[in-house]
Design a protein. Structure first.
Length: 292
């Protein structure tokens, strides 16, 4: 089982120059900010997911690869390696997610991570797969308010159509956690509906985009996924204090933490970064094999 991680560092001058050349839309800081926590995701993979084979890091360019990454143990994948040139440059994670299954050498079973999800307790392969089927929680929703929910609904609708299901008044949303994927099923969906998926690809996020959930939904609708929640705690920096997040990292009662960024002033950002970094260092005091 491999791990695929998408990563962006919005402070990279080369990335900033490419963004400025491509669009006049102001950078949405919370989507591209690097908190310096990425190394702890990798320490979590090594410590708590010891069954993982390859780790693939998907980035826009070489300038995005952190200087401390040990490339003997992390396989770097550039956007140009998997995304058709007509869509580049792209600054939209939902678009990037449509092409991850094209990574060369990727295993049939792989876990897809955003770079804000951290393993904090020991896991086993059966936490993510049930007799060959992907295992992740799904919930039902009626109203699609806001950009994210509309993308979730678009993903449900496309997966339903390809699976030959009648459209329903509700749509399903997979759990926001690392996603257990089946490469062959992703390839099957891309073969059947690649043109429709690519028609939703845009440089920046838009309401009509589909995201990685289109693959999970399709797996569910075709009997190759089961609804079973993965143990995790979700934190938004908008409502959770630095101390509360730090306490969970030090003594977690779930397998994963997802820590979502929000817009904030410099003083608050400094407090979050210092407090959470100290907690991560307490949980993961040793470097992983993924670090120089």
């Amino acid at each position: 089982m491999d791990v695929v991680i998408t990563y962006v560092d919005g402070s990279d001058p080369f990335w900033q120059a490419e963004y400025s050349k491509a669009t006049s839309t102001p950078v949405q800081t919370k989507r591209y900010r690097d908190w310096g926590f990425f190394r702890y995701l990798l320490r979590g993979v090594e410590t708590h997911l010891p069954f993982v084979g390859n780790v693939f890091l998907v980035v826009a360019s070489e300038s995005q690869v952190p200087s401390w990454i040990d490339r003997r143990n992390v396989r770097v994948v550039l956007h140009k390696d998997i995304i058709p040139a007509r869509f580049l440059p792209v600054f939209n994670s939902t678009a990037i997610e449509c092409f991850l299954h094209r990574i060369d050498g990727l295993s049939e079973q792989y876990l897809y991570f955003n770079d804000d999800m951290y393993p904090l307790r020991d896991c086993i392969p059966e936490d993510f797969y049930d007799r060959g089927r992907a295992a992740i929680g799904f919930s039902r929703h009626i109203f699609a308010t806001g950009l994210y929910k509309k993308q979730v609904r678009s993903s449900d609708r496309l997966a339903s159509q390809v699976a030959g299901r009648r459209l329903r008044p509700f749509f399903v949303r997979p759990q926001h956690i690392c996603s257990p994927m089946l490469k062959s099923v992703c390839e099957e969906l891309a073969e059947k509906a690649g043109d429709r998926m690519e028609a939703t690809v845009t440089m920046l996020r838009e309401e009509h985009n589909v995201n990685q959930y289109v693959f999970l939904d399709y797996m569910l609708f075709t009997g190759r996924a089961v609804s079973r929640r993965i143990s995790r705690k979700h934190f938004s920096m908008k409502v959770a204090s630095p101390g509360r997040i730090a306490d969970f990292i030090v003594t977690p009662d779930a397998s994963f933490a997802c820590i979502n960024d929000v817009e904030m002033d410099g003083a608050r950002q400094k407090l979050f970064k210092e407090t959470i970094t100290e907690a991560f260092e307490s949980h993961f005091p040793q470097k992983s094999k993924f670090e120089i």
